[in-house]
Design a binder for this molecule. Structure first.
Ligand SMILES: Cc1cc2nc3c(=O)[nH]c(=O)nc-3n(C[C@H](O)[C@H](O)[C@H](O)COP(=O)(O)O)c2cc1C
Length: 202
């Protein structure tokens, strides 16, 4: 099977703030009909409980109704997604902590998230990271530039102010749809997210 024909997509979650983005992305990816191969770091899990007020398992129980999801332990370096021989269409890390970005950029990664990203880069399959930090230090910027130069899409969760978002859900929807387009799973953004100059509105 060609990797671009695979039904597998990877969603990795790390300990940057923004668990709501990870939740929105998991649901949006499941709605595409793809099998979601899910891995969450220890701090990603902690952030989930802090920011969403529920353990990750509560959401995972709901995902089984939405589609196929397979979960891996971040310490399991023998998981299929640790190998380039396993077909994966596209991968994303959302939110992506600066620690994870640094590990991937320097190639000294130690967990399954770092390894699957290393594999995506070497196999040249789409990898999107949604970094979360502010302000960004020169170290962060250098690591993000390294990843961008390696073909990784660096997609910060910046609100599309020109679409006048009024809720966090608006921002999450925009970021998740952009991520799905960047992963190559959808050709373009939904019409409601596309820029339309006011003079073209009827
Ligand atoms: C409450 C809290 C918020 C954090 N927010 C961020 C963040 O937005 N971005 C970031 O890069 N790290 C953040 N961190 C630090 C990471 O969680 C930490 O560097 C961790 O080692 C990341 O590991 P991981 O990438 O394996 O999940 C935060 C930590 C805590 C406890």
């Amino acid at each position: 099977m060609q990797k671009e024909d695979s039904n597998n997509v990877v969603l990795a979650v790390t300990g940057g703030s923004g668990a709501i983005l990870a939740k929105g992305l998991a649901e949006a990816l499941l709605k595409t009909g793809m099998t979601v191969l899910f891995v969450c770091s220890r701090y990603g899990r902690m952030m989930w409980r802090e920011e969403l007020g529920e353990p990750l398992e509560t959401a995972m129980d709901e995902w089984t109704d939405l589609g196929n999801v397979i979960t891996f332990n971040p310490g399991d370096l023998a998981a299929p997604i640790a190998s380039g021989s396993f077909p994966v269409r596209a991968s994303c890390i959302a939110p992506c902590s600066m620690a994870t970005a640094a590990s991937i950029a320097t190639g000294v990664g130690s967990n399954l998230i770092h390894r699957m990203a290393d594999v995506a880069i070497k196999e040249q399959t789409p990898l999107v990271i949604v970094p979360r930090e502010s302000p960004l230090s020169p170290i962060h910027l250098r690591n993000l530039l390294t990843l961008s130069e390696l073909g990784v899409t660096v997609l910060p969760p910046m609100p599309a102010f020109y679409k006048y978002p009024s809720t966090v859900e608006d921002v999450v929807y925009d970021v998740t749809q952009r991520t799905i387009v960047a992963m190559g799973l959808r050709e373009s953004l939904p019409g409601s997210l596309q820029y339309r100059p006011k003079r073209f509105e009827t």
